[in-house]
Design a protein around this ligand. Structure first.
Ligand SMILES: Nc1ncnc2c1ncn2[C@@H]1O[C@H](COP(=O)(O)OP(=O)(O)O)[C@@H](O)[C@H]1O
Ligand SMILES: [Mg+2]
Length: 259
């Protein structure tokens, strides 16, 4: 499935100090089985863009089209937010099961699919644990397994690793790459971490400060599977430097807190 974002504008009319123009004329294409990373300054409309693609927020103008060649009857998009929002009263298996129950999948099929997902996420043996019993990295994996459960064609991820420590974060980046490389899903992945964006992506989109526009697109032709070795490649470091240069021009000091 290909996703086309066409001339998207978003103005929030309910801002505290008047309307806020969050996105201005965003055009973007996510190919079939393509991993697209988005980086951009804080407040530039990245989350807004993801929510519009997820159908959770309405665009002011422009549109998002899903070109589903095979006309499959599965959900277009699944989403993983920065705040994981796992159900604390449900076990690991219960959390992953949620979307499948919504779909009305019979219990037997549900069980089988949950088993496979937990295996994929490295969570075997934790089926009956509750979120509060898990580490941050494990909770993250539950959230990813839950988003993948309904087999969406496109996974939307909004800074899903930002609460993890540096090492866990790098390991989760490799996990994500592995999941991506072993499947046929497309990803639209938002992060403010430039090296993470490069590490994961086939295509990297840099957004301007608000109102968010596409400043530049980089094609990331690093070898797969992506391993720790990739981070040491000259081409990796050059890409990180190139994206950093572009973003630095957009940087401005954060506003002072009013007294
Ligand atoms: N529901 C909302 N109502 C009003 N303004 C909003 C709302 N959501 C986001 N904004 C504003 O839109 C801009 C973009 O926000 P957001 O999409 O969260 O940016 P990012 O994810 O890049 O940090 C910000 O100025 C933010 O304050
Ligand atoms: Mg955000």
């Amino acid at each position: 499935m290909k996703t086309k974002i066409e001339d998207l504008h978003k103005i929030y009319s309910n801002g505290r100090s008047g309307p806020v123009e969050a996105l201005r004329g965003v055009n973007l294409e996510i190919g079939s089985s393509e991993f697209v990373s988005i980086v951009g300054p804080s407040g530039c409309g990245k989350s807004t863009l993801l929510m519009i693609v997820a159908g959770l927020v309405e665009a002011t103008s422009g549109r998002v089209i899903f070109l589903n060649e095979r006309q499959e009857r599965r959900p277009s998009a699944g989403i993983v937010f920065q705040e994981l929002a796992l159900f604390p009263w449900r076990t690991v298996a219960g959390n992953v099961s949620y979307g499948l129950e919504e779909l009305g999948l019979p219990k037997k099929e549900r069980k089988e699919r949950i088993r496979k997902l937990l295996q994929m996420a490295g969570l075997e043996g934790f089926e009956d644990s509750y979120p509060h019993q898990l580490s941050g990295g494990m909770k993250q994996r539950v959230a990813i397994a839950r988003a993948m459960a309904t087999e969406p064609r496109l996974l939307l991820m909004d800074e899903p690793l930002s609460s993890l420590d540096a090492i866990t974060r790098q390991q989760m980046q490799m996990e994500l790459s592995r999941i991506y490389e072993s499947g046929s899903m497309s990803f639209l992945y938002v992060t403010h971490d430039i090296s993470e964006a490069v590490f994961l992506a086939d295509k990297l989109v840099v957004m301007s400060k608000r109102p968010g526009r596409v400043l530049g697109t980089f094609s990331v032709e690093l070898p797969r599977p992506r391993t720790q070795e990739v981070r040491k490649l000259k081409s990796f470091l050059e890409l990180v430097a190139g994206v950093t240069d572009l973003l630095e021009k957009e940087w401005e000091p954060p506003p002072l807190e009013s007294p």
